[in-house]
Design a protein around this ligand. Structure first.
Ligand SMILES: [Zn+2]
Length: 399
């Protein structure tokens, strides 16, 4: 599986290959270096393969404990148990690294690979074009199918599939082979955002606009996820239900993102910005900022020094400052100097994910001149209006 985002390079992380680093738990009180520069929370350790950081989600460690637990006392030796677990982990890793390597052929970087119990997730920087997405999505499952088939080819006689459910030392290689074939085939299910769903989307996108293709693939993904979840429920397979939930939420999220892009694309930032807003002066206190927060519906305030914008005070920064420094401290000390600024003619489809991931307003600025604010709520209202006017245009067209 893969996710996309317009992520920046993780420039703040020290370079190095094969090194292990400690846990980086998010600290809510620490100011963020950049809204996009954060790994998936709850992940530990970094190992680099071809320069791509590999992180383990902590639930993956629970799975390891579980696998070791069920492996003990079986018919296989401890060594075979260990080899089996490492081989499957390695297979998932190979799958993700193959995605990353093919993406690199197209000049797309992978910002990180996170290993979850149900498989890996690679985060690509930027969105591949439909023609690029097809080979990138195929590479992962294909690698597992190749590993599975090569392993089977080394075997003299193939055991019946049913006997593989009882782990023994003798069927170790065939179990690893079967695991890889299953991994490859399962990921080829056309359930977006799984690899098969991405392949489906790239094929639809050859004939239809990309956003529409994503929406169709996302609907198909949600349909498959429900089917998968029902099947998991009826067969008592909880892992499958968990995967189904993951796929459903992923499809929903990406479908919504595609709808957002298609509703905002082609409009400049100035079309949706708030032009009626209040600002703070750098000499204002946190108490005054709090009063302004209460008396207006605004949550983020540009901080001015004369005509010049010197920072942005978000509601959360205001609360932090109130808690740490008290109401008589100055907004200049609490404001974020690294706020999101957007030229007025930037396409809204580009601004939308930036504002959503920043978690605070973007300032629309023509050079050093402040023109307006863009907030998530306002962008949402803009999309609602667009949706209604599109629906209205369709009904008048029919009459
Ligand atoms: Zn994959």
């Amino acid at each position: 599986m893969r996710t996309h985002g317009n992520e920046r390079e993780f420039a703040s992380r020290p370079e190095g290959s094969g090194e292990l680093r400690g846990t980086r738990m998010p600290d809510p009180l620490q100011p963020k270096a950049s809204p996009n520069d954060k790994p998936i929370p709850g992940t530990v350790g970094v190992l680099r393969i071809f320069g791509v950081p590999i992180r383990l989600h902590f639930t993956f460690l629970l799975l390891l404990v579980f696998l070791i637990f069920i492996g003990i006392g079986g018919k296989q030796s401890g060594l075979a148990t260990a080899i089996y677990i490492i081989a499957l982990f390695g297979s998932v890793l190979v799958h993700e690294v193959c995605h990353a390597l093919v993406a690199r052929l197209y000049g797309l970087r992978t910002s990180e690979i996170v290993m979850f119990p149900i498989g890996g997730v690679s985060r690509l920087e930027g969105q591949p074009k439909p023609r690029q997405e097809l080979p990138i999505a195929l590479a992962g499952p294909a690698s597992n199918l190749v590993i599975g088939l090569v392993l089977l080819a080394t075997q003299h006689d193939l055991l019946p599939l049913a006997t593989l459910s009882v782990p023994t030392d003798a069927n170790l290689i065939q179990r690893i082979a079967a695991g890889n074939l299953l991994l490859g085939l399962f990921n080829l299910l056309p359930a977006y955002p799984m690899d098969g769903g991405r392949i489906l989307r790239s094929l639809i996108a050859l004939r239809k606009p990309e956003e529409e293709a994503t929406q169709i693939a996302a609907s198909a993904g949600q349909f498959f996820a429900v089917a998968m979840g029902l099947f998991g429920l009826l067969s008592g397979n909880f892992l499958l239900m968990f995967v189904a939930l993951f796929v459903y939420l992923g499809a929903q999220q990406e479908g919504a993102a595609a709808r957002g892009r298609s509703l905002t694309s082609g409009f400049p930032a100035r079309a949706a910005m708030i032009t009626d807003f209040r600002t703070l002066s750098h000499g204002n206190t946190i108490r005054e900022a709090g009063d302004l927060l209460l008396s207006t519906s605004q949550q983020d305030f540009p901080v001015m020094h004369g005509d010049e914008v010197i920072g942005l005070l978000s509601r959360s920064a205001l609360m932090r400052a109130m808690l740490r420094e008290g109401p008589e401290s100055y907004v200049a000390a609490a404001m974020d100097r690294n706020f999101l600024r957007v030229p007025p003619d930037t396409d809204l489809a580009v601004v939308l994910p930036q504002v959503l991931s920043a978690g605070h307003a973007a300032l629309v600025m023509d050079g050093e001149r402040l023109l307006g604010l863009l907030t998530a709520e306002n962008l949402y209202e803009f999309m609602l209006l667009r949706q209604v006017s599109l629906a209205q245009a369709r009904t008048t067209h029919r009459e």
